[in-house]
Design a protein around this ligand. Structure first.
Ligand SMILES: [Fe+2]
Length: 359
């Protein structure tokens, strides 16, 4: 086997925060509430000897010596768990970039599971509590986000590290470019263009767009790792999932079905485009990557996970509240009516007071 493609023997693995470990009979299960990985038989017996030793201080060589396994047995157990992000490391050694790519992709769902915030939107849809304001708000914010793609993708083109990745980001941008306009067509079934263009992105939406824009500028690997959190491949479960999701939105019967058509077409087009494969290429080109580079990429993935959470949280809090306007726009004149059901003008006074105390 090519030595560059395996984890170095000096790596010191630890069990990542948020990973739950359960033992039952001869099976060890590692996972989160989102995904689990059962291991049984000989592998489980070997892993059982290693698990208490994964504390970030022992190299693979140390682990082999203490557990009585040979180095290749230890590596064969550690490597897939590292790729699944159940194991992490902070070792000052270069790591094969493609192994790290898999690790960074899987850190996203793990870190999503660390949040104490619970997204109530899926439950609101499943229980049919979601009303027209909430669903229209969700679609408007998704439109803002999708329409911002040319901003971050063009930054990735400018900051590409090789002709190959520059071409790929340009192709990505070209394929994504019209998608904002598609979604806009769906929204015009509910809103005039004038109303639509008056909508401002919620702070969570602006944060998510800005985070990707900044990452595309600062780190090609970080940008690729962030996109890998959501982009699909032809092997993803995407197509069936997307169709079921839009069927459930239509089933709410709160908006005309034509509003959703471009959204569903967009989701299925993205699945078929297979952009997930693009995100692997910058790592493929690197061979190995250093600890400092790994921490930088993981930092961007962490930012992206937190920004995505803020995106959905802000949508639910704003459009799910009876005390907010139907659309997030500039406040108008007093004659337009209070922007919020309760408090109205008094609310904006207290905001001004607290904001001035921050500067
Ligand atoms: Fe798209």
């Amino acid at each position: 086997m090519d030595n560059a493609a395996v984890l170095p023997a000096e790596i010191r693995p630890f069990i990542q925060q948020g990973v739950q470990v359960a033992w039952e009979d001869d099976t060890i299960t590692l996972g989160t509430h989102l995904a689990i990985c059962p291991i049984s038989g000989d592998h489980a017996r070997q892993l059982g000897r290693l698990l208490p030793l994964f504390d970030g201080t022992r190299t693979l060589i140390d682990l082999a010596r203490v557990s009585g396994l040979d180095l290749e047995e230890v590596r064969a157990l550690v490597e897939p768990l590292y790729c699944e992000a159940f194991l992490g490391e902070r070792t000052d050694e270069a790591v094969p970039a493609l192994l790290f790519y898999e690790h960074s992709r899987n850190c996203g769902p793990l870190w999503q599971s660390l949040s104490t915030w619970q997204d109530l939107l899926p439950e609101a849809i499943a229980s049919r509590r979601a009303d027209a304001k909430l669903i229209l708000g969700l679609l408007i914010e998704e439109w803002h986000y999708v329409a911002s793609n040319p901003i971050h993708a063009s930054a990735a083109v400018l900051n590409a590290k090789s002709p190959r990745t520059r071409f790929l980001w340009a192709q990505f941008a070209a394929e994504e470019y019209p998608h904002g306009a598609w979604l806009e067509e769906g929204l015009t079934r509910m809103l005039s263009r004038q109303e639509l263009y008056a909508c401002r992105p919620l702070p969570g939406t602006a944060a998510l767009c800005g985070q990707l824009r900044w990452t595309a500028h600062a780190s090609e690997l970080g940008y690729a790792a962030c996109l890998a959190q959501c982009e699909q491949s032809n092997a993803s479960r995407g197509a069936a999932f997307q169709s079921n999701y839009y069927a459930s939105l239509k089933g709410l019967a709160v908006l005309p079905e034509e509003v959703f058509e471009p959204y569903e077409r967009h989701a299925l087009t993205d699945v078929q485009a297979g952009h997930l494969e693009f995100t692997r290429v910058p790592f493929e080109e690197r061979g190995v990557i250093t600890l400092a580079e790994r921490l930088d990429v993981l930092g961007h993935v962490w930012d992206h996970v937190r920004a995505y959470e803020l995106f959905y949280r802000n949508i639910y809090e704003f459009y799910g509240s009876p005390d907010t306007p139907r659309l997030h726009t500039l406040p108008g004149a007093l004659l337009d009516g209070p922007p919020a059901g309760r408090g109205g003008r008094q609310g904006s006074g207290s905001t001004r007071a607290s904001r001035s105390s921050l500067v």
